[in-house]
Design a protein around this ligand. Sequence first.
Ligand code: SAH
Length: 253
Amino acid sequence: MAVIGIMSALHEELSAVLADMPDEQRVVVAGRDFWISHWQGHAVVAALSRIGKVAAATTATVMLERFGVDALVFTGVAGGLGPGVRVGDVVVASGLMQHDMDASPLFPRHEVPLYGRALFQSDAILSMQLTEAAQQVLQAAGQHLGPDTLAQFRLISPQVHQGLIVSGDRFVSTTAESQTLRQALPGALAVEMEGAAVAQVCLDYGVPFAAVRTISDRADDAAHTDFNRFIREVASRYSRAILLQWLTQRPVD
Ligand code: SAH
């Protein structure tokens, strides 16, 4: 049976997913928690990487080497960069780049040395399935979050976007920095701190990868407000609903 890996950086991001897994068994490897479980009839391993590219790469490697996952999905929060990418929207990565990779002049800026590429594409089929699942969930956002949460976070007709997500070892929390990022990488829809590292590890192992991120902030001067509450009450519930929707429609193989 195919094993599906689900990864988040923070416990809050995965809390609703873990609460839903009936028979999970926790294993600690490399100081990280991995939950082995079945969800909607699928064999699943869920893990928390902690924050940043190195932590994410280590966790992804354990997922692939120790737990033999056949596909890996990262889910969590990100800062919105693209125009019209608002708090409460969901971005599914079509590809990922490290915005802080710069070995110039030896290699072009953003290119990962000796890979001959800056862009790590996510798996097209997985990403399409997750985009559809996210659209179905967001169309009924009120059902998943409740009207009070919608009103509190001023979530009005949240949208799903598909495009470039950029990762780096910085929490982008000033308007100046997000403008600099937009100028350097005009196509970027969202910024976070893990995805491109996981995409690179998955490319190394030839395992399909996808990333689904709920926008928690606009990566600007207001980026820190209500961060943890938003993750708990909105992002973690979206993650659970989107993954459930996806797994329900995916044949068990
Ligand atoms: N406030 C948190 C820190 C979160 S760091 C704490 O106290 O623990 C940000 C996490 O959310 C990272 O895992 C990153 O992937 C994602 N993220 C959300 N918004 C981001 C932003 N504006 N810039 C970079 N990463 C962001």
